[in-house]
Design a protein around this ligand. Structure first.
Ligand code: GLN
Length: 495
């Protein structure tokens, strides 16, 4: 019974709860039991809010029994990546510098989830400050991939993707600066959507690369991604980059989800995709066949500047990070060194003790790229490349509704395989970075399995503020396949 419950999607679950057929309290108890059973091994959560979750569920059940009208996620347990502020428990960013930091307020998206009557179960693990692609940079704990516990869950939203895949919540929020929602979703066999830059408020998201960061859902299917977008999308005056309703109205993303996109044109940059492993290219080819059978036309395109996305991204993201992370100084927030000799040591020792190796590497890289004498050669040049990448997208979207490419060049790699070699780790982001540089929305959906039964992600990108169509395109594929219904059986993968 509990297992059947845990397998439902958010949409199925909220319908049952709203109809009084299932009690939210029973669902929360089942989720907490699942976490108690397996999270010692998976390591998805940094903290859980058991008491709060049960109390919220009870309140939801009472309101439903009293016939009150309820929000879109009434009674549904969801998880939040631990770089979004909650006034419940700590917000750590998986960093020792913020290990005991209690945010005084909720992020906008958390307010939205609570207003929709969702139950916040806990905060999920990530690479420290969302810097990484495997969650191995977490300063607090290790997360493994529920499909194979010797492998990484992807990153940086590895905890969110692992929790959704392993039935330790029904949906989660992630943040995506260069692929951190889509890549872990791909590695864990779930759906991950990075909305258009400006579609979801970043208020209360701890900043990494402010011109790239965006919050989005990690879910088990496309309908749940649409449902989550219905709750979190929209203007918030506390984030000046969130876009107004007049400029880009928020749609009901669920309403027409099952309507096929007529005359669909899909762009494919075969040259760029050639770098992916063979089983991934094969899965992509099969996916394109499915779309062709649905009447879509495939348009071969060139996006010559995408080859430079990694170089441009790792300059821009680190430059912005070096500035954003200056606020952790041992004075304003978080960890402060004990008995410093002078005030300089308050800064230097607090930062030296609090930040992990990758975060320090990025602060140094970014500071270097912004320093006088190098600014023009590195940072400014990266901004110019970013513009060329944007133009590649504009050109392609004149000919096609969307672009399809792999989410990642490989499936989930082994724990420890790339952690000693930062460049190898950065290269795994080749297919995800461009969407952030261009600001366009992109989704990863399950599209197959490799020879080791590891999930493969298919990435679809579309023009800014066309999430409604993007979700419909993704749903077209999902409705003809059942990859999204597979679920990991961790025990079988433990060697
Ligand atoms: N892997 C990329 C990085 O390390 C992207 C991370 C993210 O999207 N937060 O910067």
């Amino acid at each position: 019974m509990a297992d059947e419950l845990l397998n439902l999607t958010c949409k199925q679950l909220r319908d049952k709860i709203a109809a009084g057929a299932v009690k939210s309290t029973a669902v929360v108890e089942a989720v907490l039991a699942q976490i108690a059973d397996i999270d010692d091994t998976i390591g998805a959560y940094i903290s859980t809010f058991n008491k709060h979750a049960l109390e919220t569920a009870e309140a939801v059940d009472e309101k439903i029994a009293a016939g009150e009208s309820m929000g879109a996620l009434a009674g549904v347990p969801v998880a939040i990546k631990d770089n979004m502020c909650t006034d419940l428990g700590a917000t750590t960013c998986a960093s020792r510098i913020l290990e005991n930091f209690q945010a005084p307020y909720n992020a906008h998206v958390v307010e939205k989830l609570l207003a929709a009557d969702a139950v916040i179960i806990g905060k999920t693990n990530l690479d420290e400050f969302a810097m990484g692609s495997s969650t191995e940079n977490s300063g607090l704990k290790r997360t493994v991939n529920p499909w194979d516990m010797e492998r990484v869950p992807g990153g940086s939203s590895g905890g969110s993707a692992a929790a959704v895949a392993a039935r330790m919540c029904f949906a989660a929020l992630g943040s995506d600066t260069g692929g951190s929602i889509r890549q872990p979703a791909g590695f864990c066999g779930v759906v991950g959507l990075k909305p258009t830059y400006g579609r979801v408020s970043r208020f209360g998201l701890v900043a990494y690369g402010s011109s790239l960061d965006q919050i989005g859902p990690v879910t088990r299917d496309v309908a749940d991604a649409a449902l989550m977008m219905n709750v979190i999308a929209g203007r918030d005056k506390r984030d000046s980059t969130s876009v107004s309703e007049e400029m880009a109205p928020v749609c009901d993303y669920l309403e027409k989800l099952d309507e096929d996109v007529k005359g669909l044109k899909i762009a494919v940059a075969s040259g760029f995709n050639a770098g992916a492993d063979e089983h991934i290219r094969n899965a992509l080819a099969s996916a394109l066949d499915i779309y062709k059978n649905l009447g879509a036309q495939i348009v071969e395109v060139k996006m010559p500047h995408l080859d430079y996305a990694i170089a441009a991204y790792y300059l821009i993201a680190t430059a912005e990070a070096s500035s954003n992370l200056a606020r952790y100084d041992g004075v304003h927030y978080g960890h402060r060194t004990e008995s410093p000799a002078d005030y300089i040591e308050v800064y230097s020792k607090s930062r030296a003790e609090g930040f992990g190796a990758e975060v320090k590497r990025r602060i140094m890289l970014g500071t270097y790229a912004l320093s006088s004498g190098y600014y023009d050669a590195y940072y400014l040049k990266a901004l110019k490349v970013r513009n060329l990448i944007r133009k590649d997208f504009t050109n392609v979207f004149e000919k096609a509704d969307c672009i399809i490419m792999p989410t990642s060049p490989t499936t989930a790699f082994k724990l420890g395989e790339k952690i000693e070699d930062p460049l190898q780790m950065y290269l795994t982001d080749i297919y995800t970075l461009a969407a952030n540089l261009a600001g366009v929305p992109a989704i990863s959906i399950p599209c197959g399995f490799d020879a080791d039964n590891l999930p493969i992600g298919l990435q679809i990108l579309s023009p800014a503020f066309t999430e409604e169509k993007l979700l419909r395109i993704a749903r077209m594929f999902e409705s003809k396949t059942n990859y999204h219904t597979h679920r990991p059986k961790p025990a079988e993968h433990t060697k």
